[in-house]
Write a protein that binds this ligand. Structure first.
Ligand code: GDP
Ligand code: MG
Length: 439
């Protein structure tokens, strides 16, 4: 969302005491920020009413950190607004399960077909793509090119057959060829029109898809809500897929589409590559909107496995540059308790995916990392710069790894050290230290 909202949040976060009047003021700013972000005004109104009611209640005014308490409420209500939990796809007990993509031209339907097929295959499914956009020869070709890239077959009958016919035939074909998932790409228009809706209704009637997924371009702002409403009224959609969230989007669509249609956002497209696709996590989106990485989630996770005293020690070590391989190992072990490492690092504010790619700590590699560090002498762990090539050879032999792997661990250590140093000033580590702060 807007920078403004993030500024408001910063202001609120540092507020020591909060009166009813302060809450009103905060809510006014939150309201402005949401409206500026193109969130539907009705949605904003309901949202503010809900948050205000909770915010002027006892739970805030009597808490020790009221500013943070208000943020927590805004955060929680945002998550609710976006559907609460991750919304799953229906899977038919008698395959094939049929998913039908609908949406305006350029929304990203064809791309999403490829992305979803790719995603589902990784989950062990056998998808078939179906080309039902018969109005542009290029559309069939586009789907074929995508299919080829990920090695997933495309069912097509050129542009001379009606989409209803193609859809029907494709399901029969899938059944006979043991495809368990059918993903139907349909045509779009620049604007909603009767002809398009009629065709989509006919496809729906004839193949009875298990889910109709509306693909919405998140950059279209307020329009996204109208589009979602129209498609939902005619087709009774099952979910929404928001695309182009990687762009300079204000994210309003993510907030309002669910609120207005009652249908959850199920996936998001976050880039042009076929792998740029993931389930929609309402809690992460709420945090992103509030501009705090996934700080809240991180803190909750950290509370479970991070020891406050240790975090303090760590911060001091980082500041005095005494972060050693021993600390690194201990960190890795603690992080292991928190779940996937990349997920953990990804939750820190300011860590972008580029940094993550550089670091590449694979969980499976972690056993090696541990073995390698454990094969070092105490001196080596405290001062890795003394590790010359003969020491490396000894360490590799001792840990049953290769010199390359030893080098890699040393490189990772340096990178993590560098990265953690970046956080020793900003909020991240303080966040970890003041673990109770958000409670
Ligand atoms: P369709 O007309 O609905 O089938 O839309 P397409 O799938 O052809 O996509 C239209 C354009 O949007 C293409 O250039 C895609 O590469 C691009 N696109 C689709 N999804 C995303 C996304 O998540 N991020 C970005 N940056 N571009 C996307
Ligand atoms: Mg298309």
């Amino acid at each position: 969302l807007s920078e403004k909202l993030q500024n408001v949040m910063k202001k609120i976060r540092s507020a020591g005491r909060v009166t009813e009047k302060d809450v009103k003021e905060m809510m006014r700013e939150v309201r402005m920020a949401l409206l500026e972000a193109d969130v539907n005004y009705k949605v904003v109104k309901d949202f503010i009413a809900k948050v205000s009611e909770r915010a002027v209640g006892q739970e805030v005014l009597e808490s020790l950190t009221p500013g943070q308490q208000v943020i927590k409420i805004v955060h929680e209500e945002l998550i609710q607004l976006m559907g609460g939990a991750v919304a799953k796809l229906t899977v038919s007990p008698s395959p094939p399960t049929v998913y039908m993509m609908v949406g305006l031209q350029g929304a990203g339907k064809t791309t999403v077909c490829g992305k979803l097929a790719n995603y589902l295959r990784k989950q062990g499914k056998r998808p078939l793509l179906v080309a039902c956009d018969v109005y542009r020869p290029a559309a069939v070709k586009q789907l074929q090119v995508l299919g080829k890239q990920i090695d997933i077959p495309v069912f097509e009958m050129g542009t001379g057959t009606s989409p209803v016919e193609i859809a029907k035939k494709s399901v029969d074909y899938a059944r006979s060829m043991q495809f368990d998932t059918v993903i139907i790409d349909t045509a779009g228009r620049l604007h909603i029109d009767e002809e398009l809706m009629h065709e989509l209704e006919n496809i729906k009637l004839s193949v009875k898809p298990h889910e109709i997924l509306l693909v919405v371009d998140s950059m279209t702002g307020q329009d996204a809500v109208n589009v979602a409403e129209s498609f939902n009224n005619r087709l009774d959609i099952d979910g929404i897929i928001l695309t182009k969230l990687d762009g300079d989007t204000r994210g309003g669509a993510a907030l309002s589409t669910k609120a207005v249609t009652g249908k959850p956002v199920k996936f998001v497209g976050i880039g042009e590559k076929l792998s740029d696709f993931e389930p929609f996590y309402p809690d992460r989106m709420a945090s992103r909107i509030l501009g705090m990485g996934d700080v809240l989630t991180l803190i909750e996770k950290a509370q479970a496995s991070f020891d406050e005293k240790k975090a303090l020690e760590l911060e001091k070590k980082l500041r005095t540059q005494q972060f050693t391989l021993d600390d690194f190992l201990e960190q890795l072990q603690q992080i292991k308790n928190m779940g996937p490492i990349s997920q953990f690092l990804g939750m820190l504010p300011g860590v972008n995916s580029k940094v993550l790619k550089d670091i590449q700590i694979d969980e499976k590699q972690m056993v090696y990392v541990e073995a390698i560090i454990q094969s070092m002498t105490k001196k080596e762990r405290e001062n890795p710069s003394i590790i010359n090539s003969s020491r490396k050879r000894r360490i590799a032999e001792g840990s049953g790894t290769s010199i390359q792997q030893v080098n890699q661990v040393l490189k990772q250590f340096e990178q993590v050290k560098k990265m953690m140093k970046m956080f020793s000033n900003p909020r991240a580590l303080k966040g970890l230290r003041g673990l109770g702060g958000f409670r």
